[in-house]
Design a protein around this ligand. Sequence first.
Ligand SMILES: N[C@@H](CCC(=O)N[C@@H](CS)C(=O)NCC(=O)O)C(=O)O
Length: 213
Amino acid sequence: MTGKPRLFGADYSVYVRIARLALLEKGVDHECIPVDIFSKDGVPDWYQERHPFKRIPAFEHGSLKLFETSAITRYVDEAYDGPLLQPPDAFGRAVMNQIVSLLDAYAYRAMVWGVYVERVSKPRENNTPDERLIAASLETARTCLSVLDRQLADKSWLIGDALTLADLYAASMLAYFVKAPEGAALVADYPAVARWWHAVQARTSFQASEPTS
Ligand SMILES: N[C@@H](CCC(=O)N[C@@H](CS)C(=O)NCC(=O)O)C(=O)O
């Protein structure tokens, strides 16, 4: 397939950042096409053709059009040269997929919406945070972090010595979670996660994908 791949979305999005991290870690030259889901005019009509639920990201490479971050990141990993972002063995891939599912199903809602949005975004817009939601979300976050901490106890990255998609998902979600004081404090309670978080922040891909807005 020829031509640069195109990634549609906004840099503030957790899922767009995961896809960008994959592109950057693979060293894939790509184009970012802005789509603002929070625009006052709403998501542009043309975007529905890219994503039936008008979520971000969407992706295009030649005649291939994709939505869903799991499909995009796996394609990027498999279609391009560069470091493998999925373990080569079935055992490692199974554990990686389990961690990605955990992050998708439990961590995203709790860490980003339940803690970051309630504690940081809402007060910034003069809205009152829902303390019960924050407390419940911190409980879920604690469960997620204890799984990640066990996983990282004897490894540099979540699945082993090489960074994988599981690390990219976790990095993008924790980036918002730690902006809330309770999130930062909770991460500090998990020594292996705290060590991993330090390593994540030093990566060029993480710095290059920092949201601008
Ligand atoms: N399952 C989707 C989730 C994507 C997603 O939820 N993106 C958020 C931004 S981080 C979004 O577009 N939200 C808009 C909405 O919920 O209407 C994926 O993996 O790509």
